[in-house]
Design a protein around this ligand. Structure first.
Ligand code: CYT
Length: 273
């Protein structure tokens, strides 16, 4: 990965910002509304940022929004880059490197996912306790830049235990029920088959989606603290007697976005050091 490109992108972004951001947010399909809670945000379209890829999928805005969110300086990605769009893993995770270069040490990564766990329901929020990389690729492949992180980074605590407990406490305080589980990252863009969903359940997955894993691996490599939250937008293929549609995914995320907003806002407002 070209660290000069990261530095140039970060320099461009830093120039636009009034304050130094402390927390990075990656907002998944239908969840970009959280960025609308930022007071007087500075917005930066991806296409204006040097070396940034451009996002293409419906429901994704394609801009950074930075500013004060509940008393914390945040920088949010409204829309992310997906591997299925044809970007390389390095491109998909480029914004995480830029966030790190901006000095961000904490990142909240969200997504819309299919529920695999039979106890889940569409509209549930799931704290990600761990993941399975089923994407057949890894953003850290290739030469390692020791300045960015280790060659063989530990992933056993990539989902920060303190942040997880903090998220549980916030959910309890707000009387929001949250599920917890393992996120399995698939490439997409085809939704999984029913047989694949059974396989993923057997392997220990609770939810399945097409993002998050590359960004989390990169953030972990960079030594950032990660909180991951999935919105269970639909039950995965074969679990209900109905086909999957992206429309359903967007509709469900719209239904739970009030709850999602309340939870993530409170998590950020009171995020421990
Ligand atoms: N749902 C989703 N699989 C699903 O079933 N949002 C991503 C992947």
């Amino acid at each position: 990965m070209d660290q000069n490109a990261v530095k140039e992108a970060a320099a461009y972004v830093r120039e636009k910002l009034a304050d130094t951001p402390a927390v990075g947010l990656i907002l998944g399909s239908g969840l970009g509304v959280l960025a609308e809670e930022i007071n007087n945000p500075v917005t930066i379209p991806y296409q204006d940022i040097p070396h940034f890829p451009e996002s293409t999928v419906a429901g994704h805005k394609g801009q950074l929004a930075a500013g004060d969110l509940k008393g914390k300086q945040v920088i949010a990605m409204q829309g992310r880059f997906h591997y299925y769009e044809g970007y390389s893993m390095k491109q998909v995770t480029f914004p995480v490197r830029v966030m790190k270069e901006l000095g961000i040490e904490s990142i909240v990564i969200t997504n819309a996912a299919g529920g695999i766990n039979e106890q889940f329901n569409p509209g549930d929020l799931m704290l990600i306790t761990d993941h399975i990389n089923n994407m057949g690729d890894n953003p850290l492949l290739g030469p390692n830049d020791e300045a960015l992180g280790e060659r063989f980074p530990d992933m056993s605590q990539v989902y920060d235990a303190t942040y997880l407990q903090h998220a549980r406490d916030c959910a309890t305080k707000l009387d929001i029920t949250v599920q917890e589980g393992v996120y399995t990252g698939n490439t997409g863009p085809a939704y999984e088959t029913p047989a694949e969903v059974r396989m993923l359940r057997t392997l220990g997955g609770d939810a399945v989606g097409m993002s998050t894993v590359p960004e989390v691996i990169t953030a972990g490599h960079a030594g950032m603290r990660v909180l991951g939250i999935s919105c269970i937008a639909n039950m995965a293929a074969g679990m209900l007697d109905q086909p999957l549609t992206h429309t359903e995914v967007i509709e469900t995320t719209e239904k739970v976005r009030g709850e999602f907003l309340r939870l993530v806002s409170e998590i950020i407002r009171t995020l421990p050091n």
